[in-house]
Ligand binder design. Structure first.
Ligand code: NDP
Ligand code: GDR
Length: 321
């Protein structure tokens, strides 16, 4: 039986990945940072909270990572933990740089100290592309990060590549485009919208305040994307891959699809709030997943419209509708 060590197991991707790996017969160990209350709701939602082994540890404390890794002796490490909300990264740039940037180096060092043959997945991001240099972004597209979050991810990307080249470690960057689900944090725009739809339907909310509705994103389903993380660690050679759907949509169109699903007109509820605009925006993202399809045999299975419907449905249920 293989052992997988997941940082960020309490987050959206951590929960879906844990479920995926448990179904493959892995022993799954999750790193959990000290919080006043452990944040296990996603693992409970997927009914796997009691099938995971937990290790205390924080990305900012490399000794805790080394200890947790030595105890769990993993074959594969999936490094998903980060301060992952782009919007907050301007408010907390130093914490973001430490967790999202330096955290990657801490994990790489913990692996190097424990057993350099452990395979490692790094959660890189389409935010690396930022100010877009090519209409569709592939592994060859130059990076131009546009937020403290993206700059921190750039450091993590290159450290992951550097440890592969310097120490022959099996480390991979998954350059994942936006992926969402009913387990998405409510601060991200898709979930903010689907939650608002459900609350408006149940009379708990009257309006939806958004920032830049003209931004375009390539939205996929998190449940599809975690399979690609695993596939990257099953190859003969480590490499970096774009994971995306190859379709892009505005925030406004996504909003329309969510409200249409319950028979409401989004224009009756939407309020544009300039306070929600970002200091620097990523206007459009559109990924080219051709390499992942060719080398990993991976392709996205869920259309973004179905994903938004799935999320509205889950939020309606949470609101008793
Ligand atoms: P979430 O925000 O849902 O999860 C983040 C996780 O990181 C949580 O488990 C959180 O723990 C943990 N964490 C935060 N700070 C620390 C710390 N100091 N020490 C240990 N753990 C910590 O993110 P997602 O699941 O959506 O994303 C997973 C990864 O993929 C992130 O690195 C993100 O940046 C990246 N990514 C995500 C994309 C997406 O569209 N979802 C696209 C591309 C990249 P807690 O719950 O206790 O706060
Ligand atoms: P993003 O996701 O920044 O792409 O990062 P988010 O859902 O936060 O924003 C997407 C786009 O929507 C616009 N927007 C709003 N966003 C939020 N959150 N709230 C609003 O009210 C709002 N109004 C408009 C944003 O300006 C933006 O253009 C996500 C995260 O998961 C990262 O960790 C990951 O790396 C990238 O996706 C790929």
């Amino acid at each position: 039986m293989k052992t997988a060590f997941i940082t960020g197991i309490t987050g959206q991707d951590g929960a879906y990945l844990a479920k995926f790996l448990l179904e493959k017969g892995y022993c799954v160990v999750g790193l959990v940072p000290r919080r006043s209350t452990a944040n296990l709701w996603r693992l409970e939602y997927l009914q796997i909270a009691d099938q995971v082994r937990y290790e205390d540890g924080d990305l900012l404390d490399v000794t805790s990572l080394i200890r947790a890794m030595k105890r769990s002796k993993p074959d594969e490490v999936y490094h998903l933990a980060a301060q992952s909300f782009v919007g907050s990264s301007w408010e907390q740039p130093i914490l973001t740089a430490q967790a999202t940037g330096m955290g990657v180096l801490h994990v790489l060092e913990a692996i190097r100290e424990t057993d350099p043959s452990i395979r490692m997945y790094q959660a890189s991001s389409s935010e690396l592309y930022g100010l877009i240099q090519e209409p569709q972004q592939s592994e060859q597209t130059p990076f131009y990060p546009r937020s403290p979050y993206a700059v921190s991810k750039l450091f993590g990307y290159w450290m992951t590549k550097n440890y592969r080249e310097s120490f022959q470690m099996y480390t991979c960057n998954g350059i994942l485009f936006n992926h969402e689900s009913p387990l998405r944090g409510p601060e991200f725009v898709t979930r903010k919208v689907t939650q608002a739809v459900a609350q408006i339907v149940s009379g708990r909310q009257k309006e939806l305040r958004l920032g830049n509705i003209f931004a375009k994103r390539d939205w996929g389903f998190a449940g599809d994307f975690v399979e690609a993380m695993w596939l990257m660690l099953q190859q003969e050679e480590p490499d970096d891959y774009v994971i995306a759907t190859g379709e892009t949509t505005t925030v406004e169109e996504m909003c329309k699809v969510a409200f249409d699903y319950v028979g409401l007109n989004y224009q009756d509820y939407l309020v544009i709030d300039p306070q929600l605009y970002r200091p620097a925006e990523v206007d459009i993202l559109l990924g080219n997943p051709a390499k992942a399809k060719q080398k990993l045999g991976w392709y996205p299975k869920t259309k973004w419209q179905d994903l938004i419907h799935m999320m509205v449905e889950a939020d309606l249920q949470r609101n008793g509708k």
